[in-house]
Design a binder for this molecule. Structure first.
Ligand code: NDP
Length: 473
């Protein structure tokens, strides 16, 4: 069979673009289709705009802190429109960078949707068919909405960055990465936030002590965090107040409400809360619909994710998949690594499996949570451990009179002395955990941490100065 190209990539996010560029660098002829904006979730409607909003919201506390340090600074006012204009200019710039990288690598870009028609052929939305020796699916995921009456009236994370106005009040559903980050961000921007989470504690999967501290700090930023609580319906208050409203009765969407009609949410326990906007952050779903995968026999998992082996190969040999569409570890740097491993395996002939062990991550709340390795609960279930932990008021904010505390925690194997997990709740914990992760990935023991001289005065020095365990099995 004659091929038009060696590789056709569907999806121009971080993973797809990296894989395409690496394959092109080996001399392969590469094409890529993206139906939306180049850069994908991370650059256009995820990590990047979110982090810029984290920075924007962080300035709220600065005037008070600066005054404690002797500066004569007045409170200011946050201008959403001014910020949003600059934000979108920055996203445009970054999209341009991505396009430049693709053009510079000689990759043919198709700004349209693509679907598979056979194991070696894709069809673009305009009907063009392109035959490729290999096809890489990197279509990512999208936010999921709970199936409740009026759900379409709520926003998902994609909608946040394009909001016309900053809401005065915001109800958020969810207790994961996005819900917690957005609650912190919006509270920092002066929005009155109510966060509902169905579980008994936020951030399931993280270390329990760290979860509790983040929940406390979210509340301290002014968020009304309600646990064991869920939004059951959204709509006009009058309709929600009808006692006989069955759970499944559709409530008109906010877009369909008469202008000025106030929005409200009703919780599972029947409480009604007026709110200017609702944000669902209840997880994400792989983008596999309408790609023609089932017809080709590409095996999908329960959530619609493409099932792949350690080399990102699907059940159809010419089709590989990387990133969130495979629902392995849904983080940008992981998708990039999967893309690089794919290219090395297929185009350089060096079989390369991605190592999904000990991936550090950060939740960008205020303070941040940085985490790598096992939680205390997981480590204890695995083997006898020692727990080294410290909580203290950091110098910078303590001087300004804040009671805010930071936490550092190391979980150590009694048998091997290796550090099995590290959890940091602190400003800039994301930066700290990146460095701690190198040592832990290298197999550092507690004694390796101990013989590392402290950098003084810093918060992170506590990681190398904890002498006695606070708990020992
Ligand atoms: P998460 O999986 O982190 O959290 C989903 C939350 O929604 C959980 O609290 C979950 O509760 C809750 N939930 C799920 N379904 C329902 C439902 N039907 N009704 C009510 N609550 C529900 O997803 P996110 O959307 O926050 O983020 C998606 C992914 O994006 C993350 O897993 C992460 O991989 C990535 N991400 C990473 C970031 C980072 O690295 N800083 C930032 C943002 C996103 P429960 O715990 O009970 O299941």
């Amino acid at each position: 069979m004659a091929f038009d190209c060696d590789l056709f990539v569907i999806g121009g996010g971080s993973g797809g673009v990296r894989a395409a560029r690496m394959a092109a660098a080996t001399g392969a002829k590469v094409a890529l289709a993206e139906e939306s904006r180049m850069g994908g979730t991370c650059v256009i409607r995820g990590c990047v705009p979110k982090k810029l909003m984290v920075y924007a919201s962080g300035f709220r506390d600065l005037p008070a802190e600066a005054r404690a340090y002797g500066w004569d600074i007045a409170e200011g006012h946050f201008d959403w429109t001014a910020f949003r204009t600059r934000l979108h200019a920055e996203l445009d710039r970054l999209e341009g960078v991505y396009r430049g990288l693709l053009a510079g690598s000689g990759i043919a870009v198709h700004d349209q949707r693509a679907r598979l028609v056979d194991p070696h052929q894709v069809e673009l939305a305009d009907g063009t068919r392109i035959a490729a020796r290999h096809i890489l699916i990197a279509t990512g995921g999208r936010p999921d909405r709970p199936e409740i009456p009026g759900a379409e009236a709520g926003m998902v994370s994609d909608d946040v960055f394009g909001m016309e106005r900053l809401p005065g009040t915001l109800a958020i559903q969810g207790g994961g990465f996005i819900a917690c980050e957005m609650a912190s961000i919006f509270a920092g921007l002066g929005v009155k936030v109510t966060q509902f989470h169905r579980g008994t504690q936020i951030l399931r999967g993280f270390d329990d002590e760290a979860r509790a501290l983040i929940a406390e700090s979210i509340r301290e930023t002014g968020v009304d965090l309600q646990l064991d609580a869920s939004i059951a319906a959204i709509g006009p208050r009058a309709q929600l107040e009808r006692a006989d409203l069955p759970a499944s009765e559709p409530v008109p969407a906010a877009r369909a409400l008469p202008p000025g009609e106030p929005l409200a949410v009703r919780t599972r326990t029947g409480t009604i809360l007026d709110t200017d906007a609702v944000l669902f952050a209840t997880g994400r779903r792989p983008n596999t619909e309408g790609l023609g995968l089932e017809d080709l026999g590409v095996r999908l998992g329960r959530r619609g994710e493409i099932l792949v082996d350690a080399y990102s190969q699907s059940s159809v040999p010419s089709i590989h998949a990387i990133g969130d569409v495979t629902d392995r570890v849904n983080l940008t740097p992981v998708a990039i690594r999967e893309g690089m491993a794919f290219s090395r395996t297929v185009f350089e002939g060096i079989p390369t499996a991605v190592d999904h062990d000990l991936i550090a991550s950060a939740v960008f709340t205020r303070p941040e949570l940085g985490s790598v390795g096992l939680t205390e609960e997981e480590a204890r279930a695995q083997e006898p451990i020692e727990v080294y932990a410290t909580a203290f008021r950091p110098m910078r904010s303590a001087f300004a009179g804040s009671e805010a505390r930071v936490m550092m925690k190391l979980l150590v194997s009694q048998a091997t002395r290796r550090v099995l997990g590290c959890h940091i709740v602190a400003p800039e914990a994301g930066e700290m955990i990146q460095l701690a992760a190198i040592a832990i990935k290298m197999g550092a023991t507690k004694e390796d941490f101990d013989r590392t001289c402290a950098v003084h005065p810093t918060m992170a020095e506590e990681l190398v100065t904890m002498r006695s365990p606070v708990r020992r099995d």
